[in-house]
Design a protein around this ligand. Sequence first.
Ligand SMILES: [Zn+2]
Length: 262
Amino acid sequence: MKLALVDGKRRKAQPNLSGECQCCGSPMIAKCGENRMWHWAHKSKRKCDPWWEETEWHRAWKNRFPEDWQEIVQFAESGEKHIADVKTEDGWVIEFQHSAIKTEERVSREAFYKRLVWVIDGKRRKFDERKFREAWEDAGRPFGPETPLRALSFYEGRLLDEWVGRPTHVLLDFGEEDWLWWLIPRGDQSSDFVLRIHRAGFIQCLGPVADRGGQSLEKIIEVVASQIKRRDIMHKIEQSIRDKQRIKYDPLAIRRPPRRRM
Ligand SMILES: [Zn+2]
């Protein structure tokens, strides 16, 4: 972890410092070596947050947000507690996920954190990025040829199998400087959608309100939802026109041969 309690205050690891875990309260020691980023580790192996993981990728992401928002212990009414990677001032929890995660754990985290945004490390497995690019190229462009919002038509690969169709927001990070790929939560829309979004824009719209320039995650969600809704209405109208035409003019419809008079 990046932070632990030292005399009741959240502190970063420093050589020779000892502290206690924000989550489970057990003693922690500061690991300040040359090879790994400085961090806190539990002194003895014990059960803390089973969801916890931290890599350099996590650390870099967390550092894009104010330190007060990083590693925030969250409690459920049942007494269950977990450390959110980042919690924004308007209550979004951002979880950075590098390792493989089982479906049950994904579902329980989505239930535990009510307003959840996943950011997924898309560079971990070899073929995930290629499969994603293929799906993006194949995706329908119902909003115009240059649209950053596309409808997934056909896709394969483990990354998309795991993350398309979640009820929460999922952003895929392939380590590009400019872009993140946002899998829009599945609601009652007709397809699964992907939005290409500027990395800096995404960070800004979840960042401190004062730095947002009027932008917010909610606003983007609203715009996307209304575009999808309009498209779905058009889609239904077109479909019903096609259906009617098919009934009238279908050349393959079975026609009875005229009866001959005996
Ligand atoms: Zn702990």
